[in-house]
Write a protein that binds this ligand. Structure first.
Ligand SMILES: [Zn+2]
Length: 313
């Protein structure tokens, strides 16, 4: 049973909207592009591991908490990709979707990947991260007076991540190895009473809080206007005779207003005024802005100058 599902995250959409509206020379552009790559790889990895779980014969009852996030007593944060609970054990799983040749040096707490092109990159030590989570979970189990063995592992979601030296004895395997590990742990640990599991899983769920904040760029640094989805690079559409048209590629975009409103929601927030609308959509005339605002799925509040609009979900 899935107690906490993967949340459809806005991260990918925010970064995509941002990349459309950041000049390529902006200091955050390269970072946003790299971050988008990581978010996409992360999603693909989660899907690959989910597909594997479905293939497995799992001990009953069992509970999943995906993308569990919480803050500990000291104020620092924990983010665990998957927590799996069954009467035999509790598994904390870290999902990695990293391609290339991977090696590890425990004494330096250093994971290194060499890409196919030969670039060498250092990465965060996933085992240290996991040990932190395990220590936190142990404390919680003690506090709740519940006994359940904790196991942990890093699962590689892609065949194109090649594990080489330094991983001996480390809890890491390719996603297809999940089956034999679950089997081994099930045989290794005696089950606790099945009915004791759900109260603890529920307690865990109650501690979940959303921590992730996506990067933000100040409003004034973004390119404004209703931009052409084909041309990119901030090419603006022009509004003539109730149509949005691209002067460069000739596109007539019937969805231009709604799409730009979605960009606004992702990058600025759910509230607009006539002025913020004009600024973001690059429209000079308050009258035209008023007319266009009436065409959008918005809820209006207040009169005249003080009127505010809310984007309806
Ligand atoms: Zn165009």
């Amino acid at each position: 049973m899935i107690l906490l599902a993967w949340q459809p995250s806005d991260s990918q959409k925010i970064l995509e909207a941002m990349l459309q509206r950041l000049p390529q020379t902006h200091k955050e552009y390269a970072y946003a592009r790299e971050r988008l790559g990581r978010v996409k790889a992360g999603l693909a990895g989660e899907q690959r591991v989910d597909a594997e779980w479905l293939e497995l014969d799992l001990p009953a009852p069992h509970y999943f908490l995906h993308d569990f996030q919480t803050r500990n007593d000291f104020g620092s944060t924990h983010q665990m990709d998957t927590i799996f609970l069954c009467p035999h054990f509790l598994l904390i799983l870290e999902i990695k979707n990293i391609t290339g040749i991977l090696s590890y040096d425990a004494s330096y707490a250093q994971l290194t990947r060499t890409t196919i092109e030969g670039t060498v990159e250092g990465m965060v030590d996933p085992f240290l991260q996991l040990e932190r989570h395990v220590a936190w979970m142990k404390k919680l189990l003690q506090r709740e007076r519940f006994h359940l063995p904790i196991v942990h592992a890093v699962v590689l979601a892609t065949r194109n991540g090649i594990l080489t030296k330094g991983f001996e004895g480390q809890p890491i395997f390719h996603v297809t190895g999940l089956r034999s590990c679950i089997q081994r742990w099930t045989e290794m640990y005696q089950p606790v009473k099945a009915e004791a599991l759900l109260p603890f899983a529920t307690r865990l769920l109650s501690m979940h809080t959303r921590l992730k904040k996506e990067m933000t760029v100040p409003f004034k640094e973004m390119m404004k206007g209703v931009v052409c989805p084909h041309c990119g690079n901030g090419q603006r559409l022009q509004y003539h005779y109730r149509k949005w048209t691209c002067p460069r590629c000739g596109l007539v975009d019937h969805n231009a207003l709604n799409r730009t409103l979605e960009d606004y929601r992702l990058l600025v927030g759910p509230q607009l005024t006539n002025r913020s609308f004009r600024e973001f959509f690059a429209i000079e005339s308050p009258n035209l802005a008023y007319k266009l605002l009436q065409q959008l799925p918005l809820k209006a509040e207040g009169e005249k100058k003080h009127r505010k609009y809310w984007i309806i979900d």
